[in-house]
Write a protein that binds this ligand. Structure first.
Ligand SMILES: Nc1ncnc2c1ncn2[C@@H]1O[C@H](COP(=O)(O)OP(=O)(O)O)[C@@H](O)[C@H]1O
Ligand SMILES: [Mg+2]
Length: 377
C-alpha cells in the first residue's frame, strides 16, 4: 500500500501543508495556543513562547493553567468555545505569566474544529498591547512624573493661597500710590506673582492630569488659533510663520484643550529657539509611515495623523537630547522646563507619539502623531 503512488504524493502534500502552516504560525507576532477539550495545550507558536516565557516543551500536553496561571475567565471561555462553538474577544485583558509578569493583552478565543467540523478544542490568540502601544520610552518619564506629582500637588496648592494674598495687597498698593516712580514696584510684584502662578498651574496640570476627552477635534483650527495668538505677540525679532496643511486630514480623536496646550508649548519652544529670527513651519499630513504601529482599543490598526512643527533656531545639542523631556530641565533663564514634559504626557494620554529631531544650528523638528478619527475620508 505504501508503494501506491497517489498515496505517497498525498502524504508529501500533507507534509508540505504542515510545514507551511508551521511557518505561518511561527511568523505571527500574535501568540497562538490551542487546547483540547480538557484544556490541555496542543499547539503553541513562537510568539506564545515569548509571551509566556516558557519553551513549547514545557507547555505542550500540560494543562492551560501551567502557561497562564489564575486565568479562570479565559479557561471558562476556552471551554465554552470548545463546547458551544462560540468566539470571544477580550480587550485590555491583564494576563499574568508564570513568572508573575503582567501583560496587557487583546485576546481572541475561538472554537477549533477539523475539516469535518468535529470539535478539537479551542484556539487562543493573544496580542501584547503593552508592546504594540510602543510607549516604553515614555514609561520612564512617566515614572519620574509620578514622583514629581506626589511631591508637588500638595505644595502647589499651598503656594497658590499666599500668592493670592500677595497679589491682592500689591494691587491695593498700586491703587493707593500717587508717585508714578513707586508704582513700578507693585507692578513688578503682580507680574512676578502671575508668573509663579502660571508655573503652579502647569505643575497642577502635570500632577493631576485629567483623562483626555475623546471628541473629534479639528487640528487645523487649533493651529490657526495658535498662529493668530503668536502673530499678535510682539517678538522684537523677525519670525515668519508658514503652514503646509493636508486638506484631506481627518479629525483627531481627543481633547481640544489639551491639544491646544500641547501644540502651543511646541510652537513657543520653536519661537523661543529662534533668537535671531527665522521661520516656523507648521505642517500636517496623514502618517503613512505609522498606521500599523498602533492598534486601537479593539486591536484594529489605528490610523494616525502627523503634526510637524519645524523651526530654524539654534537646535538642541545631541548631549541634551535625552534631558529635554525631564521635568524642570531648561536652558532658558526664565524657562520652567515643564513644556515638553507636559507635551509628552498629553501625547501619551492620547496614545500618540512624540518625536524630536534636531540639527545643531540648523533647527528643530517636532513630530506629533495622534490617532485619527476613523470616520470620513
Ligand atoms: N524647538 C527647540 N529648539 C531648541 N531647543 C529646544 C526646543 N524645544 C525645546 N528645547 C530645549 O528643551 C528645553 C526644555 O523645553 P521645555 O520643557 O519646553 O521647557 P522650557 O521651554 O521652559 O525651557 C528647553 O529649555 C530647550 O533647551
Ligand atoms: Mg517650553
Amino acid at each position: 500500500m505504501g508503494k501506491n503512488p497517489p498515496e505517497i504524493r498525498e502524504k508529501g502534500a500533507e507534509k508540505d501543508e504542515e510545514n507551511y502552516l508551521e511557518s505561518v504560525l511561527a511568523s505571527l507576532s500574535d501568540g497562538v495556543l490551542t487546547v483540547n477539550e480538557s484544556l490541555h495545550i496542543t499547539t503553541v507558536n513562537q510568539a506564545m513562547e515569548e509571551l509566556s516565557h516558557l519553551p513549547a516543551a514545557k507547555m505542550l500536553g500540560e494543562p492551560f493553567g501551567v502557561a497562564f496561571p489564575d486565568q479562570r475567565k479565559v479557561e471558562d471561555l476556552l471551554l465554552q468555545a470548545a463546547r458551544e462553538g462560540k468566539t470571544f474577544f477580550l480587550t485590555d485583558h491583564p494576563l499574568k505569566t508564570p513568572q508573575g509578569r503582567l501583560l496587557l493583552t487583546g485576546v481572541t478565543i475561538s472554537p477549533l474544529t477539523n475539516r469535518e467540523g468535529e470539535t478539537l478544542g479551542a484556539v487562543m490568540d493573544v496580542r501584547d498591547m503593552s508592546r504594540l502601544k510602543g510607549l516604553e520610552e515614555s514609561e520612564r518619564i512617566s515614572d519620574h512624573l509620578d514622583v514629581v506629582a506626589t511631591m508637588t500637588a500638595g505644595m502647589a496648592h499651598e503656594i497658590k493661597n499666599p500668592l493670592g494674598g500677595i497679589k491682592g495687597a500689591a494691587q491695593l498698593l498700586l491703587e493707593e500710590l500717587n508717585s508714578t516712580d513707586l508704582k513700578e514696584y507693585p507692578r513688578i510684584i503682580i507680574r512676578e506673582v502671575e508668573r509663579v502662578n502660571a508655573i503652579l498651574e502647569v505643575l497642577l496640570g502635570l500632577s493631576a492630569p485629567r483623562a483626555p476627552r475623546q471628541e473629534p477635534v479639528n487640528i487645523h483650527r487649533i493651529l490657526e488659533s495658535i498662529l493668530l495668538l503668536e502673530r499678535q505677540t510682539p517678538q522684537g525679532k523677525k519670525i515668519s510663520f508658514q503652514v503646509q496643511y493636508d486638506p484631506s486630514l481627518p479629525e483627531v480623536i481627543g481633547d481640544e484643550e489639551q491639544m491646544t496646550q500641547l501644540i502651543l508649548n511646541l510652537v513657543r519652544n520653536g519661537v523661543e529657539a529662534m533668537t535671531e529670527g527665522g521661520t516656523l513651519i507648521l505642517s500636517t499630513r496623514t502618517a503613512a509611515d505609522l498606521p500599523l504601529a498602533r492598534r486601537d482599543r479593539t486591536g484594529q490598526a489605528q490610523r494616525m495623523i502627523l503634526v510637524e512643527i519645524s523651526d530654524t533656531g539654534g537646535g538642541i545639542p545631541p548631549e541634551l537630547m535625552d534631558k529635554i523631556f525631564t521635568p524642570y530641565f531648561t536652558t532658558k533663564p526664565r524657562g520652567t522646563g515643564l513644556g515638553l514634559a507636559l507635551a509628552n504626557q498629553i501625547v501619551r494620554a492620547h496614545r500618540g507619539k512624540l518625536e524630536v529631531q534636531s540639527f545643531s544650528r540648523k533647527g528643530t523638528t517636532v513630530r506629533v502623531y495622534l490617532p485619527a478619527s476613523s470616520r470620513g475620508k
